[in-house]
Design a protein. Structure first.
Length: 227
């Protein structure tokens, strides 16, 4: 047999690099609230906790700064970016505009394939809610919204949402920590999906608005109380 016919040249996804693993761990620690808003990120303790070198920690911090999760203060160094209601309100306002428009367009364009893709994403989201694992839940939520944005053709809007993803995830972790939001969150997502499945633009757009408005109300209460 000819060797060229049996040689498998396919490159599987390589394992995470040490930098990627460090970045994931630090991002999760910030989003989950393990590292608090305004907390200093001191290199030596971080190296000891993560078991990596200073250069790896510094590189991870640079990425987290670009994501809006870390701030660099003059003469003080990196801290966990502060999250207050003024900032959170802007994030929710942007989400409200972009996501409601994307849902409306998706409902207008949705064919059998788009509906099947969205239902599959909703099923993964349901499993993530049931399992209660935060990273899996955030990943499934991102996948659900990605179907909506990509199917609607709102690619630039999705790029903007992705740039805000770190801040969105911090707020999502905060609001999902309340019992009422955790129970209502998936029900809201089902309504969004149903509006798109029914090719009902107004229904889908309003479902997004209700979902984000509810989350914003909870976040405002929590952040105001914290302040």
């Amino acid at each position: 047999m000819n060797q060229s016919e049996t040689l498998d040249l396919k490159i599987e996804r390589p394992p995470q690099t040490l930098r990627e693993m460090t970045l994931d761990r630090m991002r999760t620690a910030i989003i989950s609230g393990h590292f608090k808003s305004g907390q200093r990120l001191v290199e030596r303790p971080l190296c000891d906790q993560l078991g990596v070198s200073r250069s790896v920690v510094r590189e991870a911090i640079r990425y987290l700064e670009a994501e809006g999760l870390v701030e660099i203060l003059p003469n003080k160094g990196p801290i966990v970016a502060r999250m207050d209601w003024d900032l959170a309100e802007q994030v929710y306002d942007i989400r409200l505009l972009l996501e409601s428009d994307a849902a409306r367009a998706c409902a207008e364009l949705a064919d059998d394939k788009i509906k099947a893709d969205l239902k599959a994403a909703l099923a993964r989201l349901k499993n993530a809610y049931s399992d209660g694992e935060t990273p899996a839940l955030f990943a499934a939520t991102t996948d659900f919204y990605e179907v909506i944005f990509m199917s609607s053709g709102h690619h630039v809007a999705w790029e903007i949402v992705q740039r805000l993803n770190g801040r969105i995830s911090r707020l999502r972790a905060m609001t999902l920590g309340t019992r009422d939001r955790h129970a209502a969150g998936f029900a809201r997502m089902e309504k969004i999906c149903k509006g798109i499945e029914d090719n009902a633009p107004d229904t889908a757009s309003q479902a997004i608005r209700d979902h984000i408005t509810e989350a914003a109300t909870i976040a405002k209460s929590l952040l105001t109380e914290e302040a």
